[in-house]
Ligand binder design. Structure first.
Ligand code: SF4
Ligand code: SF4
Length: 69
């Protein structure tokens, strides 16, 4: 199951079949977009996103898609 988080022009899609709650995204995003909810990543405050694409590259399971990356 994929969950989409969208705000303005930014859309982040997280594939919950791939996300295992490893938290690399939580620990790596410079503006703290990600947190864990029941062992799965969730994204909030997308207007703060600086489109650096670190989240996409750091996820060990390829679970994150980003509209800018
Ligand atoms: S880095 Fe990937 S697998 Fe780990 S919590 Fe974030 S989305 Fe899930
Ligand atoms: S692109 Fe960069 S700022 Fe935006 S959510 Fe991913 S890691 Fe955070």
């Amino acid at each position: 199951m994929k969950k989409e988080f969208e705000e303005g022009e930014i859309k982040i899609t997280i594939d919950y079949d791939k996300c295992n709650g490893s938290a690399e995204c939580v620990n790596s995003c410079p503006v703290n977009i990600f947190s864990l909810d029941n062992g799965k990543a969730v994204a909030s405050n997308l207007s703060e996103c600086i489109e650096c694409c670190v989240c996409v590259s750091v996820c060990p399971n390829g679970a994150i898609e980003h509209s800018s990356c």
